[in-house]
Design a protein around this ligand. Sequence first.
Ligand SMILES: [Zn+2]
Length: 294
Amino acid sequence: MKKLVIAVILVLAVFTHAMSQDLPKASIVMAAKTRNVTIYSVVAPPEMFSNTTHIIELPHQLILVDGQFFAPYAWQAKALADSLKKPITHFYISHDHPDHYIGFGDAFPDAPVYALEETKKGIEKEGLATLKKRQEQFKGVIAKSLNVPTHVQKAGKEVIDGVTFIFEKSLNNEAAVSLVIKIPEAKAYIAQDIVYNKTHLFISGNMDGWRNALKKVESESNYTLILPGHGIPCDRSVLKEDLKYLDFVDKTLAESTSKEEYKSKLLATYPTYGGDHLIDIYLAYYLKKDWAIK
Ligand SMILES: [Zn+2]
């Protein structure tokens, strides 16, 4: 435990150091281009958790999904959005975990923010306190302000600027409640944190619920482009990889008698995955296990 606390402090030290240096930049990927829809994904670097912001360009407007943890990556998304010269009409927040909503308040102060009712309430309750805590921890890489959801997004089908969007509520996956957005024209499934691509999955709660959510994505084989909450957009093979990762986590949790042992097994099996520090964070603060019992 002591070692892990030191590891987390070290992580903070690295970030504090990084603030005084030039931060690594996010990757920008064009994930889809159809007649009416172009999708760009801004993906934070692996050492900064690989959080995604998707910019969906429609004929006359832009739609954004998720707002980053670290403010510089929201500013990168803002620069890209500005270059497209269309108004932002909807900024969706997929769920109420801070790595998806505390980053964009300064870069997008006026964007109309939409979320499921539960997510909106969660951010209203915890958002400001969480922002303050992260400002103290990470200083200048955290936004100064929050842009909280003011619009409730309901499940259902909507046509926006001539393009069909399908909104769904997913329960008990990586988060308790999350918004899934599907765009049939682009065969795009915006799964956010139901899917992690080549990034360590953030383990804190309901693993079976998460598996079910992944299997639901698997069952909808007409969607060939999967947009994750962490990692670059990808094809459907990510779904099997994530299911396998969850099985490996279950097995390794059962076999490990310390956090250090568990983490080292994950790193050995997934040496190319980004987001190592996500493991430190969930082990320190979220995942509950009696490590003495095998
Ligand atoms: Zn996340």
